[in-house]
Design a protein around this ligand. Structure first.
Ligand SMILES: Cc1cc2nc3c(=O)[nH]c(=O)nc-3n(C[C@H](O)[C@H](O)[C@H](O)COP(=O)(O)OP(=O)(O)OC[C@H]3O[C@@H](n4cnc5c(N)ncnc54)[C@H](O)[C@@H]3O)c2cc1C
Ligand code: SF4
Ligand code: SF4
Length: 1017
């Protein structure tokens, strides 16, 4: 029973990955074949699929043999059996948001997130739920909300972290001071051990059979090691390293169970997939707090903030739920963001060095307010009177929490090869030492020429900090040096080295450091009990590799990028940075062989934030398919692998990249929502340029791209061309020959359109001389297909007293201006550049004079603000971009300046409900709220914003036969149901494709906001 760790364990563990790494194609082939024939799951073994699962939110990368996406729980069991027979390790995976490389491994990665994600049982009265491992925390909590319940381990990654992964890592939320960690909130786990047996892990007292026997052995180990455990085990809430041997000898300040009993499921919590594969979890639910108040304490020094946390946590009489830190760097970053600045200003007093957000939660606000009074009094006693800002209003609190999140995101978006690296990010120390510890660690960073921004959970002594390191150069040795010095501090202050994010590849070797050889050996024996064959995530927890083994890293010193001549200007990403000041070098000096494109791609740090389904746009294709391949992260990884030659010699123009980008609708959701600003829409333009250069263009692509060029001629043939919409035969022919879906109507050509109708607008000269001038940029779609919109916009602007000039080419015969979007959409960058030049020539003089250039179609007008800046046309593009506004943005600006009174007075009331759907590009540029603001000018109007992602049409995407189904699925996610649920509402949608999708999917006619405004005149 208490035998020393058999030598064969360490040897087997060490050998397991080597065996797999060198696994012959034959083994991989057999594995794939057995999975495909014996299970119902998806079998993903292509180099790109494996590459997409070779990383997580850590700095590591290791190619798995293959990936398996089970359709049912039974498939997981079959996969374990197949792997065991072939000797291939099993790596369980949830959202892959681990920061230490837990899900990186050379076996078969099993991704539970797509299908194995159901709530199996819910006992509201007993407050328990049984769930499958792939369910995401936010999705579970959304189901619990109506019952007044929640699962309270509120990790920051709640929108993507799965319960299986959270249990694997023993995750901890911001409010762990009140509710504890995963281990405190799991009541039972059903899991397969490596021999394929399904076991129920729960109360030790109730256990029988193998589970009982295993429990007895672990109990004996704990008894034998009692003095060792008492001496070496960190006595902090946040300790997640190693196995929870202390279930039999509790060392955690918070007992693992309410009644002091031993629960064997807690041995699996934090075991990072190395002991068993979870089939289901029984969770202890909590009552949702009914009320919350927040006190923001402003500190003159960071040290004082850290020193005060230990006093604050004594407040609240059990209602204190969070004490979170925001440091000066983050405050300053948030103040630079116009959207967040007012929120931050309302919470800070003067220029604090740090603030602590102190939250009390409970049944009623009145009693909580008294705790805020106590906080104010405490701060007075501690010599900081008047340092607390009280936020009792729920919206104000929510806004501030969002700022904290966003501040972190801005920090993560540092350009250049130096990146904030997570490896000592979650050391936990007792609160009385927090100030000295953070101070000493700051000195460590300084000695190594770096610095860290501090944030997170002051309440439990876990502060997040990431020094900036360049892993391609001297990052690995520096990381070890800093880790060693940080570890010495953790030991000095009797803390836990791994306090939140687990062990994985990064901290496995520190388990022995933390617990000593005897406890580490006991961990080896536990592993041997569960998994004698070393099948489950071998070489993690037991016999782990060195944290700085560069062979396991995503950016090892040998990392090379294939030289590439990009079509767009990516120089702003081609920079290096100074880790101490975070200042970046001049654009174009970063030494990227792909001239900035590769570095833009590498901005993705795999944090997985794009795996979200909440408000926001990112990422519509993933929302539909739930495939890693169709996720912004999956796309960025595919591009990174391709650009660095890891997918073969074709580089960027490889089929794998095409497959990954095929369903990207270029919505720019990621440009806005991704914390590091990964702009996949722009990356896709670059890809398409190279792809089409190598593989040529289809007739359909050419027809779409050249639409603005032949629109004038085509309009003359309107009756003929529109026959396609009347004749199913022609529609089918169109699908066969061109690839346009026969199930779609195409936009109707009009013989009479905006561009061949006189409007009596001002000339360029008149406009330049006018008192209230504006240039109306009428795009191809609103000009030729939906002239009513352009005419409505003209009426509204003229009614508001503006002198309107309709933009046209700067040549004697005029001709309508085009932004070049259709060319960009098929990667024809040169043609788009030619269009942008025409725009620059025609509109430059207006922009130079500060005259607004106002457009109607978000995807066209905003091209002037976005892609035109990457076409290398210089200052004139920047000037135009600064004046380019959507109609509502312009009018909202004029409203703020008090120049819209004339229009306001003319607007007649509206009685109907108004639903507003924002175009993705409007959302990406924060241009939706002006629409609401402007519509509110109409008396009686109460516009409601539809919480929708992309409509799914996305330019030509939804018209293509190959994309029709996905396009409709995207629309059905939220937009179409919302429209159907409001049968009498006026539906406002500024995007031409959005209106088309609403027409096709809900049979309703949505209108541009300009039309509604004009109607009310
Ligand atoms: C920006 C950012 C913020 C974060 N904030 C927090 C935070 O506030 N608190 C916190 O605790 N963590 C945090 N993390 C870390 C991480 O998000 C959490 O640990 C999260 O719970 C992991 O969930 P996941 O679904 O991504 O799991 P994964 O990373 O996929 O897996 C985690 C572990 O669980 C194992 N596992 C998964 N499924 C199973 C299964 N079915 N059976 C057995 N083992 C399984 C895996 O093998 C792995 O060892 C953060 C990470 C990032 C990138
Ligand atoms: S694309 Fe952005 S959000 Fe998605 S994983 Fe990469 S960095 Fe995170
Ligand atoms: S542009 Fe849209 S569809 Fe494409 S990756 Fe970004 S969020 Fe996803």
């Amino acid at each position: 029973m208490n035998a020393p760790l058999p030598m064969s364990v360490a040897r087997d563990a060490a050998g397991a990955y080597d065996r797999v790494a060198f696994a012959t194609n034959e083994v991989a082939g057999r594995l794939a074949q057995h999975l495909a024939t014996q299970t119902q799951g998806e079998v993903l073994f292509s180099p790109a699929d494996r590459g997409r699962y070779a990383t997580d939110a850590s700095i590591y990368q290791e190619m798995p043999v293959g990936v398996f996406v089970p359709r049912r729980a039974e498939d997981v069991q079959l996969a374990i059996d197949i792997c065991r027979d072939l000797g291939v390790p099993v790596v369980s995976r949830g959202g892959g948001t681990s920061q230490c490389g837990q899900t990186v491994g050379a076996g078969l990665v099993i991704d539970n997130t797509k299908h194995v994600r159901n709530v199996l049982e819910l006992d509201v009265a007993g407050r328990t739920a049984v769930v499958e491992p792939g369910i995401v925390l936010d999705h579970l909590n959304a189901q619990l909300k109506k019952h007044g319940l929640w699962y309270p381990v509120d990790v920051s990654t709640s929108a993507q972290a799965t319960l299986g992964g959270m249990a694997g890592n023993n995750s901890c939320g911001s409010r762990s001071i009140a509710w504890g960690n995963m281990v405190h909130n799991v009541r039972g786990i059903d899991a397969w051990t490596a021999d394929g047996q399904l076991h129920r892990f729960g109360r030790f007292d109730d256990s029988t059979g193998w589970v009982r026997a295993m429990g007895e052995q672990v109990r004996a180990m704990a008894a034998e090691l009692a003095p060792e455990i008492d001496a070496r085990w960190p006595k902090v809430l946040r300790r997640v390293a190693g196995y929870n041997l202390d279930v039999f000898r509790n060392q955690n300040p918070r007992p693992y169970t309410a009644d002091g009993s031993v629960n064997l499921a807690h041995l699996l919590v934090g075991s990072e997939g190395t002991l068993a594969v979870t089939r289901s979890l029984t969770l202890q639910l909590s009552e949702l707090p009914k009320a919350k108040v927040l006190g923001v304490v402003n500190f003159p020094t960071f040290y004082k903030a850290m020193d005060t946390a230990q006093h604050i946590v004594k407040l609240g009489g059990g209602t204190l739920t969070a004490v979170e830190l925001v440091d000066r760097t983050m405050i300053e970053l948030s103040l630079q963001n116009p959207a967040f600045a007012p929120v931050v200003r309302s919470a800070v007093i003067g220029q604090p060095d740090a603030v602590l957000l102190v939250e009390f939660s409970g049944a009623d606000k009145a009693s909580l307010v008294r705790h805020l009074d106590d906080l104010v009094a405490l701060m007075g006693d501690l010599g900081l009177p008047g340092s607390v800002v009280r936020l009792e209003d729920d919206t104000a609190q929510k806004n501030l929490w969002e700022v904290r999140k966003a501040g972190l995101n801005i920090m993560m978006s540092l350009k250049g090869d130096g990146k904030p690296v997570s490896f000592i990010e979650d050391c936990a120390v007792p609160l009385e030492h927090l100030a000295e510890y953070t101070d000493a660690l700051t000195q460590v960073f300084r000695r190594h020429g770096s610095r860290g921004t501090w944030y997170a959970h002051a309440s439990v002594g876990t502060l997040h900090v990431r020094p900036i390191l360049d892993m391609r150069r001297d990052g690995a040795p520096k990381m070890r040096e800093i880790a060693e010095e940080a570890a010495a501090l953790v030991r000095q202050y009797r803390g836990a080295y791994s306090g939140e994010h687990g062990d994985g590849l990064c901290r496995g070797e520190w388990i022995q450091w933390q617990f000593g050889p005897r406890i580490t050996e006991a961990f080896g024996r536990i592993k041997q009990l569960f998994d004698p064959q070393q099948l489950l995530c071998p070489r993690r927890m037991v016999d782990p590799p060195r944290m700085d083994d560069t062979r396991l890293m995503r950016f090892p010193p040998s990392y090379k990028v294939i030289p590439l001549q990009p079509a767009l200007d990516w120089k702003p990403w081609d920079v290096q940075n100074d880790p101490a000041t975070e200042k970046t070098t001049a654009p174009g000096t970063g030494g990227d062989p792909a001239q900035g494109y590769a570095k833009a791609v590498e901005m993705c740090n795999n944090n997985g934030h794009c795996r979200k389904f909440d408000a926001g746009t990112m990422c519509p294709s993933y929302r539909v398919t739930r495939d890693e391949q169709h996720l912004t992260r999956g796309r960025a990884n595919t591009l990174r692998l391709a650009l660095s030659g890891q997918l073969g010699p074709d580089g960027i123009a490889s089929q794998a990249v095409r497959d990954a980008l095929d369903l990207c609708v270029s919505c720019k959701g990621c440009k806005r929502d991704c914390p590091t600003g990964v702009d996949m829409a722009k990356m896709k333009v670059e890809f398409l340029h190279h792809w089409h250069r190598r593989h040529g263009r289809s007739l359909k692509d050419r027809l779409i791209a050249a639409l603005p060029d032949y629109a004038r001629t085509a309009a003359r043939l309107a009756p003929l061309l529109n026959l396609r919409n009347r004749s199913p035969l022609l529609a089918r022919l169109g699908e066969k020959v061109l690839g346009f879906s026969a199930r779609r109507s195409l936009p109707e050509w009009k013989s009479r359109h905006f561009f061949n109708t006189p409007h009596g607008t001002a000339s360029a000269a008149e406009t330049l001389a006018a008192a209230k001038p504006v240039v109306l940029f009428v795009d191809t779609f609103n000009g030729y297909f939906e002239s009513d919109n352009a005419e409505a916009a003209l009426r509204v602007l003229q009614a508001a007293g503006y002198t309107v000039h309709v933009a046209s080419k700067a040549r004697p015969d005029g001709g309508h201006l085009c932004c070049g979007r259709t060319h960009l959409a098929s990667g024809q960058v040169e043609e788009a550049r030619a269009k942008a030049r025409e725009v620059a020539q025609a509109l430059g003089p207006f922009a130079e004079r500060g005259i607004a250039i106002v457009g109607l179609e978000p995807s066209c007008l905003l091209t002037l603000r976005d892609e035109h800046l990457s076409l290398g046309l210089g200052e004139v593009s920047r000037q135009i971009a600064s004046q380019a506004l959507l109609l509502e943005e312009f009018l909202a600006r004029e409203l703020s300046a008090g120049r819209l009174d004339v229009l306001k007075e003319k607007l007649r009331p509206v009685q109907q409900r108004i639903l507003v759907h924002g175009h993705c590009h409007q959302k990406a540029f924060d241009a939706v709220s002006p629409v609401l603001r402007l519509l509110q000018l109409i008396p009686g109007a109460q516009p409601e914003l539809v919480e929708s992602s992309c409509c799914g049409m996305a330019g030509a995407f939804g018209y293509e036969a190959s994309h029709h189904e996905v396009s409709m699925q995207m629309a059905e996610l939220s937009l179409l149901p919302a429209v159907r649920n409001a049968p009498d509402a006026i539906v406002v949608a500024d995007g031409t494709s959005c209106r088309h999708q609403i027409h096709d999917g809900a049979g309703r006619e949505a209108i541009h906001a300009a039309v509604l405004l004009a109607r009310q005149l």
